[in-house]
Design a protein around this ligand. Structure first.
Ligand code: CP
Ligand code: NVA
Length: 303
């Protein structure tokens, strides 16, 4: 059984093939009449809020001819304490793929362990692989390639940052992360990527990371589940906002990514988010094309 827990679970060849397929879905949108998910259903399980992930996965299933079933924590017996293991066994007797957004990795791994169908990570505290697929498709579409670019991550060493470090490991990318002390990504993640040939470095100075960067990426300073830390986080992340001034030393053709939702004036200024270098809306659309490719990957690798 192949689950997608982390981006690394794909491997480089499958990752690149999946991005090629997502490109074809983007080109064919509305014209492709094949229905590879006909007769199949997918459970989309959300224990945290979502706009993009929910809509893109639900539409991906429908446009591929399948049937999506959305389940939320509070709207199901999960919210009343039914164990993940029981939920996994029941769902996987009825559906062909499960996607799961939850907090700790233990919950994701519990779902995967007890499921007899593939489970895709739709965000946990330590990764957001489906978002990375969209980010990579967006970079390739915007700049024509993935390798040979300089990538900068500014802000929290969170789930998104960890998935970006994994992408660097898979593809041998140069990635500099600027994160305040106490909010840096796990050193093992950096070591693992560099052992595979990436050039990943963690610094505290955002200007160092941005200088000469082709791709500048950020995310919220307070992720879902961290609301009680908001005040401390806003203080720790002062100086890490993407501003025009900070970006003035990036490459002339740089692009700005943000997985969204964005907090204007916190991690990114409105004129950067809406500015000429921002590709965030195309990045959001890529969630649909890459979700289709990820669902087919899961079904083809099942077994
Ligand atoms: N980027 C992302 O995952 O957005 P949602 O939380 O809206 O799904
Ligand atoms: N880091 C953010 C990503 C939201 C898509 C969070 O976990 O809330």
């Amino acid at each position: 059984m192949r689950h997608l827990h982390t981006l690394s679970d794909l491997g480089k060849d499958d990752l690149l093939a999946l991005l090629d397929r997502a490109d074809r879905f983007e080109q064919e949108r509305g014209e492709d009449s094949s229905r590879p998910l006909a007769g199949k259903s997918v459970a989309l399980v959300f224990e945290k809020a979502s706009t993009r992930t929910r809509v893109s996965l639900e539409l991906a299933v429908v446009e591929l001819g399948g049937h999506p079933v959305v389940i939320t924590g509070n709207g199901s017996q999960m919210g009343r304490g039914e164990p993940i293991a029981d939920t996994a066994r029941v769902l996987s007797r009825m559906v062909h793929v499960i996607t799961f957004r939850t907090a700790g990795d233990e919950r994701f791994l519990d779902m995967a362990k007890h499921s007899s169908v593939p489970v895709l990570n739709a965000l946990t505290d330590t990764g957001h692989p489906l978002q990375l697929l969209a980010d990579l498709q967006t970079v390739r579409r915007s700049l024509g390639k993935l390798e040979g670019l300089k990538y900068a991550w500014i802000g929290d060493g969170n789930n998104m940052a960890i998935s970006w470090i994994e992408a660097a490991g898979l593809l041998g990318l140069e990635l500099v992360l600027a994160c305040p002390q106490g909010y840096q990504p796990a050193p093992e993640a950096v070591r693992a990527a560099n052992a595979k040939g990436a050039r990943v470095k963690v610094v505290t100075d955002p200007a160092t990371a941005v200088r000469g960067a082709d791709v500048v990426n950020t995310d919220v300073f307070t992720s879902m589940g961290q609301e009680s830390e908001q005040e401390a986080r806003l203080a720790a992340f002062a100086g890490y906002r993407l501003t025009q001034e900070l970006l003035s030393t990036a490459s002339r053709h740089h692009i700005v990514l943000h997985c969204l939702p964005a907090h204007r004036g916190e991690e990114i200024d409105a004129d950067v988010l809406e500015g000429p270098h921002s590709v965030v809306w195309a990045e959001a659309e890529s969630r649909l094309h890459t979700s289709k490719a990820a669902l087919l990957w899961a079904l083809e690798r099942d077994g």
